[in-house]
Design a protein around this ligand. Structure first.
Ligand SMILES: C[S@@+](CC[C@H](N)C(=O)[O-])C[C@H]1O[C@@H](n2cnc3c(N)ncnc32)[C@H](O)[C@@H]1O
Length: 288
């Protein structure tokens, strides 16, 4: 059971739960009551719509225990540090936002002043909006989902940022196709793709995909240098393997790279000592 707690710009608390197993579904009456009792949120949704549930054949569900549909969906918003994000808590990916990258996005925000940034697989603009708040001159947002880019558009407006060129560019595209065609250069490139490794048996294919993505992303960094924030949220890829992929990509590109951040999921996403794969998120910032 995952429970994410969000603060809204008007100081309300929204809890979104994702039940991932049949066992948790069967105890929903108990945990929903406990959660409401302990946290006393202004809104609370329980969702069971992650793809992992198909392994057990459990049906998807969504239940609003507290709150108004409009505020949770089309007008949903949250605040992280001082950045506002649009969120669809009812239908959005995961629980409506990717909280696990919070500390890593803060790192980017602190390095973004005056920079041109490329946010690959941007979803609701987690990284790019933080960069703009940190003083970035420009952000190009790329995602294959039109819904994601609508969230970015709403997020830009929430923060009072321009929604047009030259400040931003919103591109609906497959990142590989975009990167093969693009001739633009950036000071900072962020690569935060979905998990390429869904099971151990497709690890070799996934390693190739990460290698290709990192190599293409490096080509978009200014020839004079810049920063690459590169991530993997694949449970089955270890940090050591991931860093090896990044190191190879940097070497093939003929560059020198210095690691200035090597991190994972935020501290409120603890991992289980006997299940190293539960430390799923890897994030490195390489200074090229
Ligand atoms: C892990 S989420 C990104 C989270 C986001 N960076 C953030 O900080 O909130 C992955 C995103 O990649 C997008 N995506 C998946 N495959 C893609 C592809 N081949 N090309 C472009 N976007 C893709 C999904 O639509 C999703 O929004």
């Amino acid at each position: 059971l995952i429970v994410d707690q969000y603060k809204t710009p008007d100081h309300q608390t929204i809890l979104v739960a994702q039940s991932t197993t049949a066992g948790m579904d069967s105890a929903i009456d108990d945990w929903s009551e406990i959660i409401l009792d302990i946290f006393k949120p202004d809104a609370f949704i329980a969702r069971g719509d992650s793809s992992i549930r198909t392994l057990e054949g459990v049906k998807p569900f969504k239940k609003i225990f507290k709150g108004h549909e409009g505020k949770l969906q089309s007008e949903g918003a949250l605040i992280e540090y001082d950045v506002l994000y649009a969120a669809d808590f009812l239908n959005g990916q995961k629980t409506g936002f990717f909280l696990d990258q919070r500390e890593n996005r803060k790192h980017l925000k602190d390095h973004a002043r005056g920079k041109r940034v490329l946010d690959l697989c941007c979803y609701s603009g987690g990284w790019g909006l933080a960069a703009l708040k940190g003083g970035a001159n420009h952000v190009t947002f790329v995602d294959q989902s039109a819904d994601a880019l609508n969230l970015v558009h709403r997020g830009l407006k929430l923060n009072g940022f321009s929604t047009d060129a030259p400040t931003v560019n919103l591109i609906e595209a497959d990142i590989f196709e975009y990167l093969e065609k693009s001739r633009d250069y950036f000071d900072i490139v962020v690569s935060d793709p979905p998990a390429f490794v869904k099971s151990k048996k497709n690890l070799p294919q996934a390693i190739k995909a990460y290698q290709k993505l990192n190599s293409l992303a490096l080509k978009r960094i200014n020839p004079e240098g810049g920063l690459l924030y590169t991530c993997s949220c694949s449970y089955h890829l270890s940090e050591e393997e991931f860093l090896k992929i990044v190191a190879n990509s940097v070497r093939w590109h003929g560059n020198a790279g210095k690691v200035i951040l090597s991190s994972g999921q935020g501290l409120d996403h603890p991992w289980i000592i006997n299940r190293p794969e539960s430390r799923y998120l890897k994030c490195a910032c390489i200074q090229i």
